[in-house]
Write a protein that binds this ligand. Structure first.
Ligand code: CA
Length: 226
């Protein structure tokens, strides 16, 4: 399980990272809001620990933008402030849990366990292709021991491709099914999401690739062994 710590106080960030590693989490640190948002948008994290007061962009805004992009990574917000308004604002912006500084190691670990509990549950409905498994209930894409959470649009695009492996799906089909008739999304929206998906496939080390067929669309292909 991989956690991103977004915290601008280097000592606190390191302390949390050490604690998580002791408890067998993988932990990365981002030191400001924009770096945190970029990291989380990759979708490779299973959860985030996010400070509120951050340089560049505050924690509320990071979560708001993350949710707007359809990324549902669980977020634990950290703050020195204790005002009720801040808690409400934090939860309204899309955070899942709220923890006030200073906190004990046990509190932090308990929050993190609660936050990631849902990850352990198996979805019943899955699509598979090669070494990939797409879990429909949780939007998790799994390849052997690794997994990433997909945003809603990534999930729908990959679902369409995995639903008809080997067949070409055109950009027009993707636009229509994922963005809908009324949308003014254009071809390059599709390209952007395809590139997000390719990054995730490569992070997973999958042998399945999304091939671009010029003027036609996209197709899933598997690397041949040997
Ligand atoms: Ca701070």
């Amino acid at each position: 399980m991989r956690i991103l710590i977004v915290e601008d106080e280097p000592r606190l960030a390191r302390t949390i990272a050490d604690l998580l590693r002791e408890h067998r989490y993988e932990a990365d640190i981002a030191a400001d809001g924009p770096a945190g948002l970029d990291g989380l948008l990759t979708g490779i994290y299973d959860a985030a620990i996010l400070d509120v007061m951050l340089p560049g962009m505050d924690g509320f805004e990071v979560v708001r933008r993350l949710r707007r992009q359809g990324v549902r990574t669980p977020v634990l917000m950290l703050t020195a402030r204790t005002g009720v308004d801040d808690r409400v604002l934090g939860l309204d912006s899309g955070a899942d849990y709220y923890l006030t500084k200073p906190f004990s190691n046990e509190e932090l670990l308990a929050c993190l366990r609660a936050l990631t509990r849902r990850q352990g549950e198996r979805a019943e409905n899955v699509l598979t292709c090669g070494d990939l498994r797409l879990e429909l209930a949780s939007c998790m894409l799994v390849c052997q021991s690794r997994s990433v959470r997909l945003s809603r649009k990534e999930f729908e695009i990959l679902g369409l491709l995995m639903g008809q492996p080997g067949r070409v799906v055109s950009k027009e089909q993707l636009l229509l099914k994922v963005w809908g008739y009324e949308s003014d999304a254009e071809d390059n929206n599709v390209e952007v999401y395809i590139s997000f998906l390719r990054k995730k496939l490569s992070h997973l080390g999958s042998k399945v690739h999304i091939r671009t067929l010029r003027m036609l669309g996209y197709r899933l292909e598997q690397e041949q062994a040997g």
